[in-house]
Every structure is written in structure tokens, then in C-alpha cells.
Write a protein that binds this ligand. Structure first.
Ligand SMILES: [Zn+2]
Length: 365
């Protein structure tokens, strides 16, 4: 039966084409990147625990603002988690990377798909199990920008993402603060607790790893969040300076995957995103179950990217593959299109505006 064998071979090649790691050639002084360990992921959770369920997608009703901070301070000195200031070439709001093909060892086109895990002060967002399961099933790399409060309300899922070698985590502030409206102390009050929450969860991960004789793998889990994404894409000169000094490259996107999702079918949204993707693009999606079509868009994007010969990389990998393209003031699709959020979301962006109505919840089959 030669024909089915040939078909299988072609399918396997296509699959490998999309999933094979695209390791950048290392420049002098660059350390290899690692984001987690399969041994940790598979040693600490069962497949059923990793798979989650539709219940993970349920979003809590809007309630009173929760001003509380992480439940403890991490062990060790704060200097252990401190990041060096951002290098000059990575300052500004990064939209995409002008990829130097020579640096991509395989010569393939690369793109970074990113997912925000936003959570404001007066709501609890969800976790889209379908998205993570699809990425894991296909062995695809991705970057997640997690709110600190989201990590506190989703500790198991946050630790699973931390442990997964395919996934990079970055900061999305503590309660989705609009940094454009904040002074330096307020910006720090959004960034520092998020890093503390990450460190607390990493310590819990280390405790569990030790109990299973897996401690040696913890070296592959980054000690701190090393990237950040601006809530609403909003910043100020003060915020960019503070973030650069605190060590966070600011990662935006040049392709918005869910724009006008209420009015458009996933096929249209995916087609539009695919039309905008170029080598070195950074794509914005959400994995917090707030936009409702993210999974359906992702499924189509993955298929379309495979057909176009793309490989997925994490954002930190992408940053090593060329020169970053930056703007001074972030936006969604056209400059100024996010200024409206300064007025829509009160509490300097940390609150869901209408407290009389809950979020739409996802039905559990
Ligand atoms: Zn967000």
C-alpha cells in the first residue's frame, strides 16, 4: 500500500515543518534560551490535569475591586529577581522584528503568536484550555503575558505554563493597569507584585519538583518574568523609561488577531490576520476566555501558517533573530486607536467599567 504510506509521510513532513524548533544562531555572549522542561510538566501533572476542562473558561462576575497583593514574599533576596536595564536596541514599544534570515538556522519564516492573560481588579478572568491543548498537541511554541492577579487566581495553570518548555511567560501587570495614566510609584505597584507572584509560584514548583526528585530540571524555568506587555497597549514616556530601567522589553504586536471579533466570523478574522503576518510578526490573541473566538481563530491561523511555511517561535527567540521595529506610542492597528481606553476603564484601567452586569460566561457543555 504505497499511496497511504506516501500520504502519511507527506503529513508527517508537514507536521515537522511547522513544529521543528527554529533555534537562532547565538551571537557572542548569548546564552541558550530555555522556558521549562518536559520532565517537570509530565512529572508533576497527569494528562487529565494538564488538559483542564470547559469549566476553566468560566469567567467570574464583576465584583468589588480586590486591592490585595500576593499572599507572601518569595524566599531569597530581591536582587535574585532583579533584571538588568533593557539594552538600548530593545527600548521603545516593540511591534515586530525585521528578521535577519542568516540568523534563522533553518532558513524558515518565523512568527511569534502571543496570548494575553488579563485580569482586572474587580473580575476574575478564565483560562482557555482549548488553546493550550491545541498548542501542546501540535508542539507549538507561544508566549503568554500573564497578569499577576491572574496568576494568583489560576496557580495550577500558571505553574503548568511555567513548566512547559514550549511556552514563555511575560508580565501583563498586576491588575491590568493603564500605565499611561500612572506615576512611577503606581507603575511599580503594577510591575513588582506580578514578579513576586511569579516567584512564589516558581518556588511552589520547585518544592513539588524536589518531592519528585526533579529538582535538576528547575534550572530550565526562568527565575523571573523578562518581558512585558502593556495593558491596552498604552504607555507614556515615563512608563517606557521606568520599564526599561526595570529590565522589561515592551512587547506589542503588529497583527491583532481578534479585532472586531463580535462582528466577524473566525474564518474572516483568521484570513485577515494571515494577510497581515510577515516574517518577524508578533500576533496578539488572548487565552483568558474573554474574547470568545480566539480558539477558532488560532486553529485556522495554525493551518494557514503551516501552508505558508512558517515556524512558531517565542518572543525572546524572535528578538534574537533580527532588528526590532519600535514605535514611541503603542496602538492596536492604527496610531491612536487605543486612546479611548483611557476613558472607558476606570481605576486607571484596573476596573471593568459596568459593575452592574457580569461578564458573558462561556456555557459549560
Ligand atoms: Zn490585557
Amino acid at each position: 500500500m504505497k499511496a497511504p504510506g506516501l500520504v502519511l509521510n507527506i503529513l508527517l513532513c508537514l507536521c515537522l515543518w511547522l513544529t521543528t524548533a527554529v533555534a537562532p544562531c547565538l551571537a557572542a555572549g548569548e546564552q541558550p534560551l530555555s522556558f521549562g522542561s518536559s520532565a517537570l510538566l509530565e512529572g508533576l501533572w497527569t494528562p487529565a490535569e494538564l488538559a483542564g476542562s470547559a469549566a476553566d473558561r468560566i469567567i467570574g462576575a464583576v465584583g468589588q475591586p480586590d486591592p490585595s497583593l500576593p499572599p507572601a514574599q518569595p524566599e531569597g533576596s530581591p536582587s535574585e529577581f532583579a533584571l538588568p536595564p533593557v539594552r538600548p536596541e530593545l527600548r521603545g514599544v516593540i511591534r515586530r522584528v525585521d528578521v535577519d534570515r542568516v540568523r534563522v538556522r533553518s532558513g524558515r519564516r518565523v512568527v511569534a503568536i502571543t496570548f494575553d492573560l488579563c485580569e482586572r481588579a474587580n473580575n476574575v478572568a478564565g483560562y482557555n484550555d482549548q488553546i493550550i491543548n491545541l498548542l501542546r498537541a501540535k508542539g507549538l511554541k507561544a508566549t503568554f503575558f500573564a497578569g499577576g492577579k491572574w496568576m494568583r487566581s489560576h496557580p495550577e495553570q500558571a505553574m503548568q505554563l511555567m513548566a512547559d518548555p514550549r511556552f514563555e511567560l511575560g508580565s501583563h501587570t498586576w491588575t491590568h493597569g493603564n500605565l499611561a495614566l500612572m506615576d512611577q510609584a503606581q507603575i511599580r505597584a503594577q510591575m513588582q507584585p506580578t514578579q513576586v507572584q511569579y516567584a512564589l509560584l516558581r518556588q511552589e514548583l520547585a518544592r513539588r519538583a524536589e518531592a519528585r526528585a526533579l529538582s535538576a530540571h528547575m534550572v530550565q524555568v526562568p527565575r523571573a518574568l523578562r518581558l512585558m506587555r502593556l495593558p491596552y497597549g498604552r504607555s507614556s514616556q515615563l512608563a517606557l523609561e521606568e520599564l526599561a530601567q526595570s529590565g522589561y522589553p515592551v512587547i506589542q504586536w503588529d497583527v491583532e488577531g481578534e479585532r472586531d471579533e463580535e462582528e466577524n466570523a473566525p474564518a474572516i478574522l483568521a484570513r485577515r490576520a494571515l494577510a497581515g503576518i510577515r516574517p518577524g510578526s508578533i500576533v496578539l490573541l488572548h487565552a483568558n476566555a474573554v474574547p470568545q473566538k480566539s480558539f477558532d481563530i488560532l486553529e485556522r491561523l495554525v493551518k494557514g501558517l503551516r501552508q505558508r511555511g512558517y515556524a512558531l517561535v517565542t518572543v525572546s527567540e524572535l528578538l534574537r533573530l533580527g532588528k526590532v521595529e519600535t514605535v514611541a506610542d503603542g496602538y492596536f492597528t492604527v496610531p491612536g486607536d487605543n486612546l479611548k481606553y483611557d476613558a472607558i476603564f476606570p481605576g486607571k484601567g484596573t476596573l471593568k467599567p459596568d459593575t452592574s452586569r457580569p461578564y458573558t460566561t462561556v456555557p459549560v457543555p
